[in-house]
Design a protein around this ligand. Structure first.
Ligand SMILES: [Zn+2]
Ligand SMILES: [Zn+2]
Length: 332
């Protein structure tokens, strides 16, 4: 089968390898499709540390169980599934304090840039019939939005600014509207992405380079600023800008992943006297079952703007790198 293996920084190779045999407690998944995540580029470039190379990348995928290993009991051949490619240890302090997504000993399995993948059944989640394959492939990125909205404690009627209208930004907008937030205001320089943000339910989409963003947001929120800023661009400029958009007593949640060595500056005086809350929100958390329930209601698959065969993964990564479209799907 065809798979794309990362051997080291910048060393992603197309390889012909045997279909893996599922070991004890594992299942073999025939992949229906895998979406490109910005984190894949960061991993390839060495900007996001990952253990266990060589590794097949791709963590946003879904498929059908083709074979089960000895002792696999929860899943059967023919069932549709999506997966967490990282398995937690269940024993470390983080796992035992109910935060398994922060597991200190997380093991990352091969991913979805292949025709098949074998992994432990505890990494798999059943996909019900009303969920399409493309929706199921969105489980991981959409769970990132669920995790971040949970962290922000967004209440119905809360005003929210989403800074950055990429895939996660758009998924946040769709989820926020579903959760009853409003107004939902998106800040995004690209006209194409702003119009998509409006399609996803944003009340207002602003170009931060063409307006006084903080002023416009205050005008939309009784002069106060928003209850919650969800920062999904992950740049220092947008993180620093978020402090000017939030109201007293509000919260800023950083979802976009900044470069590891970057530093931002803000006024701790304003944080204290404004009684602000700053959150970091990493990854999909432990929200797959609830996210899968939400998929057909929120239709996150609307983020897919490009679909390419798996053999064209390098071209697909190139689209992502050049910020063309929103989300790219590769299909074996
Ligand atoms: Zn991702
Ligand atoms: Zn652990």
């Amino acid at each position: 089968m065809l798979c794309f293996v990362l051997h080291g920084i910048g060393d992603l190779r197309a390889e012909e390898c045997p279909v893996p045999a599922p070991g004890p407690g594992e299942a073999l998944v025939k992949i229906a499709g895998c979406a490109i995540c910005h984190t894949d580029l960061a991993v390839i470039d060495g900007d996001f540390p990952i253990r266990g190379l060589p590794l097949v990348l791709g963590h946003e995928y879904a498929g059908t169980i083709a074979e089960v290993g000895p002792g696999t009991t929860a899943f059967a051949v023919g069932e549709r599934v999506t997966a967490h490619s990282g398995a937690t240890c269940g024993l470390c302090e983080m796992c035992r304090h109910g935060m398994p997504w922060l597991c200190l000993n997380k093991r990352v399995y091969n991913g979805g840039y292949a025709e098949y993948v074998a992994l432990p059944e505890r990494c798999l989640y059943r996909v019900p019939p009303e969920v399409t394959d493309e929706q199921a492939i969105c489980t991981n990125p959409f769970a990132i939005a669920v995790h971040a909205v949970d962290a922000s404690r967004v209440q119905p009627g809360a005003s929210v600014a989403v800074v950055g209208g990429g895939a996660i930004g758009l998924l946040l907008v769709a989820l926020l509207r579903f959760a009853g937030a409003g107004p939902v205001i998106v800040s995004e320089p690209s006209a194409e992405r702003r119009s998509m943000a409006l399609e996803f339910g944003a009340h207002v989409a602003l170009d931060p380079f063409a307006c006084d963003l903080a002023g416009e947001i205050r005008a939309l929120t009784n002069g106060l600023g928003v209850h919650v800023v969800l920062e999904s661009a992950g740049t220092i400029g947008t993180i620093e800008q978020s402090f000017g958009l939030v109201r007293r007593g509000g919260a800023i949640t950083i979802v976009g992943v900044p470069a590891p060595q970057s530093k931002a500056s803000f006024s701790p005086f304003d944080v204290v006297t404004g009684n602000l809350t700053i959150h970091g929100s990493i990854g999909p958390g432990w929200n797959y079952p609830r996210t899968i329930e939400l998929l057909p209601k929120v239709r996150p698959e609307r983020v897919f703007t490009h679909r390419l065969p798996l053999s064209q993964l390098p071209e697909a990564l190139g689209l992502r790198r050049r910020n063309i479209g929103i989300k790219v799907l590769v299909v074996p």
